[in-house]
Write a protein that binds this ligand. Structure first.
Ligand code: SF4
Ligand code: SF4
Length: 284
């Protein structure tokens, strides 16, 4: 398997044709096919925010525990954006930690890359600052026999069958950030922005603390109904986090900064710092 989410796909296996959701392809993958699980080793699987959320829930881990046990940090091609990558096992084939003789042990919760295969979505959208055009690519590797099967799909039918469309919907704002950063190429993010990008896109538990255990909510005019929703529903919190990330990095989206509240907080910080300075100077 080579088709990473928003990552590189080895050029030699890409069919040189841009596809749309209506393009057709022959493909079928099933237990018993001669190449079964051959695509589940020696691969680089970049994990999207929803992948991490779903897998850590499946494994009963916190975000931090999952990241530490199952991932290492890499970068998204053509950008400086950091991203967790699934750590392969240290065996001869560098197998996926979830592959077994019976197939994928986390099949219902497998990452987006595995769902999309053999379709690549690395350059899914051309970005011209106002509109985007979706397109897909097909990956054809010699070992994958699924291409020889009779079953025919449109790309959209394949995505829906594999549940990829649900992942794309939850990841939507994150994908926009990644694709924009890749398309613009030389966007320079500050170190703080990159840290924020990694935290928000990989660690929902940290983001929850960031929102509810700091002054975060005072800095924006957010509908109380939305606050209640993100408190009660983790998927809503995840979507909110990615939407906020897009707003923070590119100013896109409908967040409204509460300038008065920010000014008051800033004045309070200055006053507190002044008080500490005076106390220190009195004590010395
Ligand atoms: S997560 Fe599952 S489908 Fe994906 S590479 Fe690992 S075993 Fe294969
Ligand atoms: S058909 Fe392709 S995707 Fe399916 S198991 Fe074989 S190599 Fe993997």
């Amino acid at each position: 398997m080579q088709a990473d989410g928003p990552a590189d796909v080895a050029k030699s296996v890409i069919v040189p044709e841009y596809l749309t959701g209506q393009s057709r392809m022959h493909f079928r993958c099933y237990p018993g096919i001669g190449c079964f699980t051959r695509c589940c080793s020696g691969i680089k699987i970049l994990l999207s925010p929803y992948d991490i959320y779903v897998l850590k829930k499946r494994l009963g881990l916190t975000s931090t525990e999952f990241l530490s046990a199952y991932t290492y940090q890499s970068f998204i091609e053509k950008s400086m954006l950091p991203i967790p990558v699934l750590k392969m096992k240290d065996d001869e084939n560098k197998s996926c930690p979830f592959v077994s003789p019976e197939g994928c042990s986390v099949y219902a919760d497998r990452p987006l890359t595995c769902r999309y295969y053999p379709i690549g979505m690395g350059i899914m959208k051309q970005y011209d600052k106002k509109t985007g055009t979706n397109f897909f690519i097909k990956v054809k590797e010699d070992h994958c026999l699924g291409h020889n099967e009779d079953k025919e799909w449109t790309i959209d039918e394949w995505r829906a069958d594999q549940g990829s469309d649900v992942y794309d919907e939850v990841n939507n704002d994150w994908l926009e950030i990644v694709l924009k950063a890749k398309t613009l190429g030389n966007v320079e993010f500050s170190g703080k922005s990159l840290e924020l990008f990694y935290m928000v896109s990989s660690n929902l538990d940290d983001f929850r603390r960031f929102v509810f255990e700091s002054n975060f909510l005072k800095g924006y005019k957010i509908d109380p109904g939305v606050v209640q929703k993100i408190q009660e529903d983790e998927i809503e919190l995840l979507k909110f986090s990615l939407s906020w990330l897009r707003f923070t990095l590119f100013g896109e989206g409908d967040f409204i900064v509460d300038e008065d509240a920010r000014k008051q907080a800033q004045e309070k910080r200055v006053a507190e710092s002044e008080k500490r300075r005076e106390e220190k100077s009195e004590a010395s």
